[in-house]
Design a protein. Sequence first.
Length: 353
Amino acid sequence: MFTQWPYFRGPSGIGKGSTACVFRGRDSRAGVSTSGVIQKGKKVVPKMPKEPLTRYKPHNPGYMGCLQILLLSTNLMYMVGGSLLIVATVSAHLRFEECLEEKSDNNDSVDFISLQYTCFIVGVLIFVTGTVGCFAAWKESYYISLAYCFLIGFLFILTSAAVTTLLALHLLQTTYRNLDTLLTYTMKAKGKQGILIDIIQNRFECCGVDGYTDWFGHNRTVSLGPKAVPPSCCKNDSFHLTFARLSKLCEHEKLDIAFGTESQDCGAGLDTLAIAEGKIDTQGCVQAVNDVVMKHILQLELAVAILALLEMLGLLYACCFMRETRRKQHEQYLAERKYRRLPSHYSDNVIIE
């Protein structure tokens, strides 16, 4: 079969406006289709590309739209969650910056402010990941989606580590030992960091580390007697520590005055257990806090597991979206090449037999 091909450009000098005969048939030796140009007894056979252009399937606009909506909604939840965590962390830091020192002079002390920094960094990371995901879905960009996959994969690794840590705390009972060390230091601390023991005793209705007798002979309770406890151990429902009050009470003396004279009197003269049970909370704070933590640790594990599931879904949506974006870009490239009549590599790379 012979046809005319006026737009062929090859090494023989044939260009636009020239007339050449294009031969299309089947090579009996190779068993494949061949195309060529016959001019002056010579046959020009194009070199076949290594990869066919049909390696991409046509993209489905409806499927891609659904993926785009799912990706946007998932990452909007990431952005909202990250923003709430950032706001809560900054608010807590502003309220406690006068009560909690950023660095302690004691090398063995616990740096409480590091928890706020950790929450802030995690919140920023979640917010940035959600922003990148929304931008990738909105712009339909392959490379931004690839960056989002790396970020969400990193978050998934962190979440998996958190799940493992919670399971270790639940199974190995390491919370009890850590609380014992923490509360022992907090009880001995002076100034701003020492007020944390009053928060714990007031909110968890406990007294001391292992029991109320830990306060006997303490330098803070010496003025009340040999067997006395701080006012925060008293069973007094008229005063409860709140964040607003705590931001103004950065010293033990101010806190004791805030509890009132009745609370101060109840912490003195605890000669027997019967007298103590009528006036104060006798349970140790380690056991009280550990009971609360172990009670809610399953809920924490469930929440972190749900977060990990959302991250897996986000990663799956992103991978599928990247594939559809790649297909769409390839179709746009083929359409643009056809519209501009770009020379095909079938005619750019030729050999003469």
